[in-house]
Design a protein around this ligand. Structure first.
Ligand code: F6P
Length: 362
C-alpha cells in the first residue's frame, strides 16, 4: 500500500481542515493509500509522536472548523531551527534529521499546506529528494501562480463585517474610523473588504500614500454633509518615502511583524481634520472562525487535486486556481514573484470611479 503524509505550516487560515479532510478521503477512498498526519509543521518529523495515522474517521466533522487539527508552527524551519545548547539559544540546520526521518517513513508523497515561507521550505526539501506537493494557503492571497489562496475569502468576509459594524459608530458619532487589516506586503484584504464595505479611503502597500490626501478626502466629505469616514488600512501600507511600521522586529527565525500604521493614520486625522478618529486593529480575528463556502470548496478542490497530483508523480509542484480551473505549477515558479495588488486592475479602477481615495491623489 502506498503512503502519503500531510502537514500544515505557517499561520493558520480558515480552510486548512477542509484540505486535510479532502486529502484523507481522496487518498484512502479513491486511491487506496494510507495517510499520516504530521503535527505542528515540519517539527512533527523530529518531535516525539509527531507523526500518526489519519483515517476517514479522524476527519469526520472537521469541514466547517477553523484552524488545523494537525497544529502548525511558523518557526519550524528545518534549515534554521532555534534550539537550546548548554543553556544558550543557537540556530541549527536540522534538515538532514528531517530528511532521514521522512526516508525512514517510506513516504510516497508529502503534501505541504502552507504560505510563502512553508512552501519555500517544501521546495528546498524537494531539491533534496523529498517527494513534495504544495497547497497554497494564506489569508493574505499573496502567492504567485494562483488566482486565490484559500483563507482569503473568509478573512475578507470578517473584515467586511467589521467595516459594516464600524459604520454605525462612525455615523452616529461623526467620526473617522480607521480599521487596520492584515495582509503583510499585499493589500488584497484591505482593498477587497474596503470596496465591499464601502470605505472612503483605502491604503495599501502597493500605493504609497500622502497624509494630506487622506485629510483632503475627509474634509471634502464633511463639506458634502458626510460627517464620518471609514478608512481601510493594510498593515503594510506606508506613506510615500517612509518605511512600513512594525510591531516587533524579527530575526533569522521569526519574521518582523507589521503593525501600527492604523494608529499613525488615526492620530494624524485627530490632529488635522475636523472629526474625531478611532482605530481598530482587527488582527487575528481575520484568521479565525469557520471558512466561507467559497473557501471550503476551494480547499476541498485543492486537497483532492494534491492527492491526484501525488498519484501522478507530479512532485515539486503546487496546485493552483487559474480562471476557476484547478491546475498545477512548479513550486519554483509559484515562489518566484510574490503576488501583489494590480494597481491598474479592475477592482482598483472601480474603487477610484466610486470616489474612494487611495491617498496618492488630491
Ligand atoms: O500571513 C498571515 C498573517 O496573518 C499576516 O497577515 C500577518 O502579518 C501575520 O500572519 C501575523 O502573524 P502572527 O500570527 O505570527 O502574528
Amino acid at each position: 500500500m502506498k503512503r502519503l503524509a500531510i502537514l500544515t505550516g505557517g499561520g493558520d487560515a480558515p480552510g486548512l481542515n477542509a484540505v486535510i479532510r479532502a486529502v484523507v478521503k481522496t487518498a484512502i477512498q479513491e486511491h487506496n493509500y494510507s495517510v499520516l498526519g504530521v503535527r505542528d509543521g515540519f517539527d512533527g518529523f523530529i518531535n516525539e509522536h509527531g507523526v500518526f495515522p489519519l483515517t476517514t474517521a479522524d476527519v469526520r466533522g472537521i469541514l466547517p472548523r477553523g484552524g488545523t487539527i494537525l497544529g502548525t508552527a511558523n518557526r519550524g524551519n528545518p534549515f534554521a531551527r532555534k534550539v537550546k545548547r548548554n543553556g544558550q539559544e543557537v540556530i541549527e540546520d536540522n534538515s538532514h534529521r528531517i530528511i532521514e526521518n521522512i526516508q525512514a517513513l517510506e513516504l510516497d508523497a508529502l503534501i505541504v499546506v502552507g504560505g510563502d515561507g512553508t512552501l519555500r521550505i517544501a521546495r528546498e526539501l524537494y531539491d533534496l529528494g523529498v517527494p513534495v506537493i504544495g497547497v497554497p494557503k494564506t489569508i493574505d492571497n499573496d502567492i504567485g501562480g494562483t488566482d486565490y489562496t484559500f483563507g482569503f475569502d473568509t478573512a475578507v468576509n470578517t473584515a467586511t463585517e467589521a467595516i459594516d459594524k464600524l459604520h454605525t459608530t462612525a455615523e452616529s458619532h461623526h467620526r473617522a474610523m480607521v480599521v487596520e487589516l492584515m495582509g503583510r506586503d499585499a493589500g488584497f484584504i484591505a482593498l477587497t473588504a474596503g470596496v465591499a464595505g464601502g470605505a472612503d479611503v483605502i491604503l495599501i502597500p502597493e500605493i504609497p500614500f500622502h497624509f494630506d490626501a487622506i485629510a483632503h478626502k475627509i474634509q471634502e466629505r464633511i463639506q458634502r454633509g458626510a460627517f464620518f469616514s471609514i478608512i481601510s488600512v493594510a498593515e503594510g501600507a506606508a506613506p510615500e518615502g517612509s518605511q512600513q511600521e512594525y510591531a516587533t522586529t524579527g530575526d533569522r527565525i521569526t519574521y518582523a511583524r507589521l503593525g501600527g500604521i492604523g494608529q499613525t493614520v488615526s492620530s494624524y486625522i485627530n490632529e488635522n481634520c475636523d472629526v474625531e478618529s478611532r482605530v481598530i486593529v482587527l488582527g487575528h480575528l481575520q484568521r479565525g472562525g469557520s471558512p466561507t463556502p467559497f473557501d471550503r470548496a476551494l480547499a476541498t478542490r485543492y486537497g483532492t487535486a494534491a492527492v491526484r497530483l501525488a498519484v501522478k508523480g507530479g512532485f515539486g509542484r503546487m496546485v493552483a486556481l487559474n480562471c476557476n480551473r484547478i491546475t498545477d505549477i512548479p513550486l519554483v515558479e509559484a515562489l518566484a514573484v510574490p503576488k501583489r495588488v494590480n494597481t491598474k486592475g479592475d477592482l482598483l479602477i472601480t474603487a477610484r470611479s466610486l470616489g474612494i481615495a487611495f491617498g496618492d491623489e488630491i
